[in-house]
Design a protein. Structure first.
Length: 100
């Protein structure tokens, strides 16, 4: 099963980078979409339509925007992305219906 993480920035001209990470995978998250302006708005809209959490972080978007599509994130970004993934996994857990 694949988990997707979407990142967006709230700057004047929106920018967005979408990451995909397969939980339990040995590989790092990969950049699967990126863009600015209308493309960024579409990335964010698709994320929201599919219930994928969006995190606004202009600095992280700027760093990830330097990656090419299909690239795994660089080792230098592992800590920032790991913190983001922990946040999103905790959010996903809190949104799950209680077992009963």
């Amino acid at each position: 099963m694949k988990d997707e993480v979407r990142l967006g920035s709230g700057e004047e001209r929106a920018r967005a980078v979408a990451l995909r990470y397969a939980q339990g995978s040995a590989g790092a998250p990969k950049v699967v979409a990126k863009g600015a302006g209308d493309v960024a708005e579409r990335i964010l809209a698709v994320a929201r339509e599919n219930g994928v959490p969006v995190r606004e972080d202009a600095d992280l978007v700027a760093l990830l925007g330097a990656c090419e599509l299909g690239d795994e994130i660089p080792v230098e970004m592992f800590t920032a992305i790991a913190e983001l993934l922990v946040h999103l996994y905790q959010l996903n857990e809190s949104l799950r219906p209680a077992a009963g």
